[in-house]
Design a binder for this molecule. Structure first.
Ligand code: SF4
Ligand code: SF4
Length: 137
């Protein structure tokens, strides 16, 4: 049994609201982040997709840092994690991986049912443990 964050990458629009809401809620310094958002598949320039039309590709991926606390103080008050709460597309779902009714388990089951590719980041990324991603296979 462990608390985990599920990230549906098909829902992530790269808005950075998770990162900024975390900074606001935890009063972090300007250069301090507990989650950042990586752009995958970006071509030359800012936010230009890779490839040639109509075969263009760009996607985003929240990367949780080891400094992330899973919002321990919010959970103690019965509140959701701030990044999950603030995400406008419901790309994030946090909860107990042993509880089939938790938001984490429900979101995972939804994506597995759609035959998404489910994965975690490799150790060399040095990111927080307990983050599970899914994307269209
Ligand atoms: S996880 Fe949600 S809040 Fe974060 S960048 Fe993606 S869509 Fe925005
Ligand atoms: S779970 Fe809480 S501490 Fe961790 S990145 Fe999200 S808002 Fe920040």
């Amino acid at each position: 049994m462990a608390k985990k964050m599920f990230v549906d990458l098909e829902r992530c629009i790269g808005c950075w609201t998770c990162a900024m809401s975390c900074k606001m809620d935890h009063d972090l310094a300007d250069d301090e982040y507990r989650v950042t958002v990586r752009t995958n598949g970006s071509g030359a320039g800012i936010d230009r997709p890779q490839g040639v039309y109509p075969n263009l590709r760009m996607s985003w991926q929240p990367i949780y840092q080891k400094s992330c606390t899973w919002c321990a103080e919010r959970l103690a008050q019965g509140l959701p994690t701030m990044c999950e709460y603030a995400c406008p597309t419901e790309a994030l779902a946090f909860g107990d991986d042993a509880d089939p009714e938790s938001p984490y388990s429900q979101a995972l089951a939804r994506c597995v049912g759609r035959h998404y590719h489910v994965f975690e980041l490799p150790a060399y990324e040095n990111s927080r443990d307990g983050v599970v991603y899914a994307t269209r296979a």
